[in-house]
Ligand binder design. Structure first.
Ligand code: MOS
Length: 751
């Protein structure tokens, strides 16, 4: 049906003429991909201030909430003295477990309170128990934010302190297989073996090492914020920063025992997100509770400091990797064990050890994954969750093996290239990793590298070239899209998907323009509203594969419907040129619309689907001070078809920037005497700034993988960061001869 307009049975529907480079004009169907690389469709409103973010929704009668958070890590609240706070001008109420209107979905608190069993999501203002330092224990609501913020400082709370455990290294002996995994025989996190892992003992060359990544926190430009508005007792609207309006709708409906359709979630503009918006967090429910209690709209904003205790983080993780190889550098055995941090009330599992099973051809393999439960808030997904962590270890270890065997690190990877999925024994749907290695090495100039460490020096700079592979699983969820042709030939496409930064609307506009042959300027894409057709949240690099497919099939169906209408016009079955407005005008229709769903077919189980990539990094390390500067990065990916080059490139660059942060700067440091983070602002939690970021070149293989979906496109968001930290660490090793196995690579680890 993609060629409908050319098949002869239907009329030629005239395609839009669009302007391409240098003022040239072409039919929209004839432009090449790079000629039709769109600027962000919402770029202008994002920079001129028109775009409205959650915290900017204004209502008459809007009240402002400020959280009071626990200063201990474990114990019980003995008393809350809110008298002074309540007496402060403008204060409307002080809410805590003592007077919360309660979320019916939470159930009843026990008297005396009982610690939640493992797997119970944290319930805000539910009882007097403290699970982590920074836990919301009370909330002041006032006429202004300033009044609420001041009054919050006057709330006095007495605690009974219990001994807490927050130190990962000191408690590591308590790590255990997650209860949820023990109960689920099919969990991928069960101990895994293939072949004979004991083959390691006979390996010619062996590498065994332990790798550590610290806790890292999400730092989007826009912190989380919510405005909650009730209409009566059973209708709720929230303007909330999140990554999935539909899942937020479901979660809030559950918490407040409302029919789903009574909850509206709006998140049209998001100022960046890396996974912290996938869940509904306690602060969101807190704002909804306040709005309910006061029967007024309530706004709650997390300050940067509260971003460290309110919305999850990439968990502290220790990994042990053992690799054995034969005399030719062929892998004979890999063992990968990971222990990740979690809270005392929920088990956060991530893919830490999973990438190792699929990445290289290796007959003998074992993986083990455990959690260590501490008195902290629950971690969450953060860009490339698990894979970014796991591939730091695997790709560092592979570099160590390459050096032990005096084999070029890239050559090492090529020798162990997996031609099919060694874990599932399935063919890949497509795998352009070899092309990534070749294109990347060429662009980077890998051949100019001399093998020995400290062999490339200039003045007092130690120069290092490092590389690492990356992979990321393919995620596609059932998604719907509605496509509407208006009488004037404009198109509206709608789906309850999200844009947390990558430019979803732009890519979807691009897909619709290509299918319909309509100029992108005449297309509007609506997202971020729970009343739109059902779509998954923006996570797991699933938006283009899932929603992009839905937009594609919806536009195909719309085109078919319009072609059918055109065929019923006089002379319509010939090859006469007819425009979309002609069709609607002839049939006297104000609009023509279709809603379509798209989901995975049987190929999902017949092929192994992954995005693949690699990164090449040049670092300069000051031989006196140990300061590391990333000078150049070439990042390569095979994610099938690239939908919109310009926004895709930005996304790849963003992933590399995150990876550089992970490698060199980011670490959340806790004072274990109190179980409290001391890095709670950008003075202490370091992220890269412009000056830290070098030239980043992005290379795509750009070959459609038509087994994954009708648009041939796989996920790009996460693979962009996976492996970057290892590539930097490997470059630092090449420059200095020092192998840093504990991130971040700060100067004291190098001098
Ligand atoms: Mo991503 S961690 O799925 O936002």
């Amino acid at each position: 049906s993609g060629n409908l307009c050319r098949c002869g049975a239907y009329p030629n529907i005239v395609n839009a003429i669009v302007e391409v480079k240098n003022g040239n004009q072409k039919s929209v169907n004839d432009v090449t991909d790079s000629e039709m690389s769109l600027d962000r469709v919402d770029g202008r409103v994002k920079v001129d201030g028109t775009a409205k973010y959650s915290a900017e929704y204004a209502f008459e009668n809007l009240a402002h909430a400020v959280l009071v958070t626990s200063t201990i890590a474990k114990g019980t609240i003995l008393s809350i003295d809110a008298k002074d706070a309540e007496a402060t001008p403008g204060v409307l109420t002080v809410i805590s477990h003592l007077n919360s209107p309660g979320a019916p979905g939470y159930g009843e608190a026990k008297q005396p309170a009982e610690r939640a069993s493992m797997g119970t999501a944290f319930r805000v203002f539910f009882d007097n128990l403290i699970y982590f330092n920074g836990q919301p224990v009370a909330m002041v609501v006032a006429e202004t934010w300033e009044q609420a913020n001041y009054a919050a400082s006057l709330v006095k709370i007495e605690y009974k302190i219990e001994r807490h455990q927050t130190n990962f290294e000191e408690n590591i002996q308590h790590a255990a297989i997650a209860q949820g995994v023990q109960k689920n025989k099919n969990s991928p996190f069960q101990d895994y073996t293939r072949g004979n892992p004991a083959a390691f003992d006979d390996a010619k060359v062996k590498i065994e090492a332990t790798y550590t990544i610290p806790t890292q926190h999400h730092q989007p430009m826009e912190p989380h914020a919510i405005v909650a508005v009730w209409e009566g007792a059973d209708r709720l609207t929230v303007y909330d920063k999140n990554q999935g309006v539909k899942s937020a709708q479901g979660n809030l409906a559950q918490a407040f025992k409302l029919p789903r359709e009574n909850v509206k979630v709006n998140a049209q503009f998001i100022g960046g997100a890396f996974g912290s918006g996938i869940r509904v967090w306690p602060h969101t429910v807190a704002a909804v509770l306040a709005a309910k209690k006061l029967n007024r709209p309530v706004k709650l904003i997390l300050g940067r400091d509260l971003m460290f205790t309110s919305v999850g983080y990439r968990p502290y993780t220790i990994q042990k990797v053992a690799i054995g190889a034969d005399e030719n550098g062929l892998l004979s055995a890999i063992s990968h064990e990971g222990i990740g941090q979690t809270s005392a009330y929920e088990e956060h599992l991530e893919r830490t050890i999973l990438a190792s099973r699929a990445m290289y051809a290796c007959p003998n393999m074992s993986t083990k994954y455990k959690l260590l439960s501490l008195d902290v808030n629950t971690p969450t997904w953060m860009r490339g969750p698990g894979d970014a962590t796991g591939m730091f270890a695997l790709e560092s270890a592979l570099d160590e093996l390459a050096y032990a065997m005096k084999i070029d690190p890239l050559e090492m990877r090529l020798r162990n290239y997996a031609e099919s999925d060694p874990e599932r024994n399935l063919p890949w749907s497509a795998k352009g990793l070899r092309e990534c290695y070749e294109l990347g090495a060429e662009k980077f100039g890998w051949k100019n590298r001399t093998f020995e460490t400290r062999s490339m020096q200039k003045d007092n700079m130690l120069i290092g070239y490092g590389m690492a592979s990356s992979l990321y699983g393919f995620h596609r969820h059932p998604s719907k899209a509605r496509a509407i042709m208006l009488a004037n030939g404009s198109v509206i496409v709608q789906s309850a998907t999200m844009d947390i930064g990558p430019g979803t609307g732009t890519a979807m506009t691009r897909i619709a323009a290509k299918v319909l042959g309509v100029s992108p300027k005449k297309i509007r894409f609506d997202l971020g509203d729970s009343s739109l057709p059902d779509a998954p949240g923006q996570n797991g690099s699933s938006t283009i594969p899932s929603v992009g497919s839905a937009v594609h099939v919806a536009c195909e169906a719309l085109k078919k419907k319009l072609s059918d209408l055109a065929a019923r016009m006089p002379g319509g079955s010939g090859s006469k040129n007819i425009t979309y407005p002609d069709i609607l005008k002839y049939h006297n229709l104000p609009q023509v619309e279709v809603t379509e769903e798209s989901k995975s077919g049987p190929e999902r189980d017949q092929y192994s689907m992954y995005s693949f990539g690699c990164h090449f990094v040049e670092v300069h390390v000051n031989s006196v001070t140990g300061e590391v500067r990333v000078k150049r990065v070439v990042t390569c990916a095979d994610v099938g078809k690239i939908i919109n080059f310009k926004t895709a490139r930005s996304q790849s660059i963003g992933g590399v920037v995150g990876g550089i942060g992970m490698a060199l700067m980011e670490a959340s440091v806790m004072d274990h005497r109190y179980g409290r983070y001391i890095t709670r602002d950008f003075a202490n939690y370091h992220i890269p700034v412009h000056k830290d970021i070098p030239q980043i070149d992005v290379v795509y293989v750009d070959k459609p993988d038509m087994l994954v979906n009708p648009i041939g496109s796989k996920g790009l968001g996460e693979i962009a960061i996976v492996g970057v930290a290892a590539a930097v660490a490997n470059a630092v090793f090449h420059a200095t001869g020092k192998r840093v196995r504990e991130l971040p690579i700060t100067v004291e680890k190098l001098i």
